[in-house]
Structures are given as C-alpha cells and as structure tokens.
Design a protein around this ligand. Sequence first.
Ligand code: IPE
Ligand code: IPE
Ligand code: MG
Length: 250
Amino acid sequence: MATPVLSNMPHHVAIVMDGNGRWAGKRFLPRIAGHKQGVTALRRCVKACVARGIGVLTVFAFSSENWNRPPEEVSGLIDLLARAVTSEVADLQQNGVRLHFVGDRQRLSAAMQTAFSSAEDITASNTGLVLNICFNYGGRWDIAQAAQKVADSGQAITELALDRALALAHVPDPDLFIRTGGELRISNFLLWQAAYAELHFTDKLWPEFDEGALDEAIAVFRSRERRFGQTSAQLAIQVPQHSSQPMKAV
Ligand code: IPE
Ligand code: IPE
Ligand code: MG
C-alpha cells in the first residue's frame, strides 16, 4: 500500500456555525445570548485563521430557512449582525481581512444593505484573509440565481458558466467544511462548492469552538487523502500541485 500523502494546509475553510441556542440553553440563558457568544467565537476564529495563513474563511451566519424562527430571534440576529458589522470593521482592517457578504440582500433593509456595502468597500483592498459571511444564504438560492444569470446572458449552461455566476465565484472551492454542534447534515450550505470538500463534524457547540478545535479540524484534514476520483496509486506518482483543488471542468 502506498504511503498516504499528507494534504497541505486547507486554503479555504467553510464553517456551519451551529449550536449557539444549545450553548445558551445549557446555561439557562436566552438563545440570543448564545448568538452573542457566537460572535465572540467568530472573532477568535478569524484571528486564528489569519495567524495560520488560511486564505479564505466562509461562515454560515443565517440561512434562507432561518427566517422561519420566532420573529424575536430573527430580529435579534439581524440587530446583532448590524452592530457587529460596524464595530468589527476597524479590527478586520487591522488584520488585513477582506470582507464579503454572500446571500440574497433583497430582503434586508436599505440600512443593512448600505452597512454591508460600506464594510466591503472599506476592506476591499486588503490582501490577507478573505472572509465571506453568508447571510440570508442558501445553496439552492445560489444555484438558481446563477442559472438565471447564465440564462439571461444567453450563454450555454456549462459547469464553468454556472461556477462563474455563483455568489462565491471570487474564491476557489472550500477544501475543509466544518460543522459544529453535532448535527450530521449540510443544511443547504455550499451545495455546489462543497463537491470535493473534506467534511469534519464536531460535537463542540459553536461558542466553544476555539484555536484548539480549529487545529484539530486542520489536522484531520491533513490526514485525509484527497483523490478527486483518482486512485491512491495515481496520486503517489504525481508531482504535488500548488492548488489543492482539481482543475475545474470547462
Ligand atoms: C446557529 O446556532 C446560528 C444560527 C442558525 C443563526 P443555532 O441557533 O442553530 O443553535 P442550535 O442549533 O439551536 O443550538
Ligand atoms: C444552519 O444551522 C444554519 C446556520 C448555522 C446559519 P441550523 O440550525 O439552521 O440548521 P438545521 O435547522 O439544524 O438543519
Ligand atoms: Mg442549529
């Protein structure tokens, strides 16, 4: 048997930040207290990714389906994000982070849309970590909006055309897909882009996810053999490539 080739560091890490409500419930706190602690965990995770030279971090902050939660939780989450966008920008700027909001903005207030655009503009020339915050995002929404764009342009519906029209066209596909909170499902996150991501599920609730948990996920990722449809024997004789992703279909 060929010696497994250790994968490189993941370039793009995607995270379903789940478990805020349970974290709060265990402490007899309101769910929104868990979401607040979730913002702290995200701040910590961003810094840890910067320190480890990760290229892209994409996080799931609010799904298309999360509108179905009780109205006070939905408005609490929106307020929390609106406040975080303003208060965190200076820190992100200092860390060289380039911010993108990914998702359908049409349902958001004009003030929120302006706050998103202004945070993106302020950080647009940063060259460090790319941070994608998926808010009112769903993988199915993304594929449908991309298909509509391609159809409107009159192009043929090819993988490449769709790929370029997707909301995450500015970054390569995720290498490592982490879900905290113990659920073993994707919940409509990155349906297209996670085709060859390595999946890592942890029981840790998102507010508890710290540097050690990130390092563990990275270590698990590095122990995996990514074959992209090939055999182990083929990989053993290949010259290592700079990119950890296979060539995209044209
Ligand atoms: C994830 O935590 C945050 C959002 C979905 C906005 P949850 O709020 O889903 O926490 P649990 O799963 O109920 O513990
Ligand atoms: C997924 O978590 C969405 C986010 C983390 C933003 P959910 O808590 O909404 O997922 P389900 O409902 O358990 O699948
Ligand atoms: Mg949840």
